[in-house]
Design a protein around this ligand. Structure first.
Ligand SMILES: [Zn+2]
Length: 237
């Protein structure tokens, strides 16, 4: 009797084990046939690479905005583009690659504004203030209005040399074509749209579809994928 009960128990145990093994096998087959996640996705090995890359590329993750001015000892080594604009030497290869790729896809961008000296930034501000004074605003009002459009000296990313205003060449492409292409593709080359429309409250800058900032490929891909702005990204990492 005891022996029969043991055989019965063993039999039930064997059947349950077999059923479990079968279930696991079915789940495994199902999992390997699931569609892969669309958009940008990273394997764990790529994630490790990404962290190392971010550490290496700290120079391009510097935060400059109304609260964070450019450090007094900031130095930049410039390279001149064919149209006379200058950028930080370190972003030049990525910028060139991005423009070459765009042109190969029938999109013709130009760098409308690259590196700016403090003097140049101040003259842009003075021009904007003057324009509002002509419109009849008081000096105080004119300054306030101008600051919505032009960053105060020491708070413009253009003084870093790693940001560029990109427009269409006006012959083969129009602005919206270039902006749309950059919006979708710039992260592949390490650039981000720095002032998106839905982040105005955080960046303090109106929507600027032409202003692209180099942050390195790893950070750009993560910013693009997660839909954050640079301020949010730096807070997180
Ligand atoms: Zn700009």
């Amino acid at each position: 009797m005891r022996k029969r009960s043991f055989i019965l128990q063993f039999g039930i145990f064997a059947i349950i084990s077999l059923a479990l093994a079968l279930a696991v096998a079915i789940l495994n087959i199902y999992a390997t046939h699931l569609p892969s996640v669309p958009e940008v996705s990273f394997s764990s090995a790529e994630k490790v690479d990404m962290k190392e890359e971010i550490a290496e590329e700290e120079w391009c993750l510097i935060l400059v905005n109304k609260e964070h001015g450019i450090p007094d000892d900031y130095e930049v080594e410039l390279v001149e583009l064919s149209n006379g604009q200058c950028v930080d030497r370190r972003i030049y290869p990525a910028l060139q690659e991005m423009f070459d790729t765009a042109r190969s896809e029938g999109i013709y961008p130009v760098v409308a504004s690259g590196y700016r000296t403090a003097k140049k930034q101040q003259s842009l501000m003075d021009e904007k203030i003057a324009a509002y004074l002509v419109e009849g605003y008081s000096l105080q009002e004119a300054k306030e209005k101008a600051e919505i459009w032009v960053a105060a000296v020491g708070t413009s990313e253009h003084q870093l040399g790693i940001s560029v205003d990109i427009n269409a060449d006006g012959v083969h492409s129009v602005g919206s074509e270039v902006y749309d292409w950059l919006d979708e593709n710039s992260y592949r080359f390490g650039f981000i749209k720095r002032y998106p429309e839905d982040k105005i409250e955080i960046t303090g800058i109106r929507n600027e579809p032409w202003h692209y900032r180099y942050v390195g490929k790893a950070a750009a891909a993560e910013i693009y994928r997660s839909g954050v702005c640079l301020e949010e990204y730096l807070e997180k990492y």
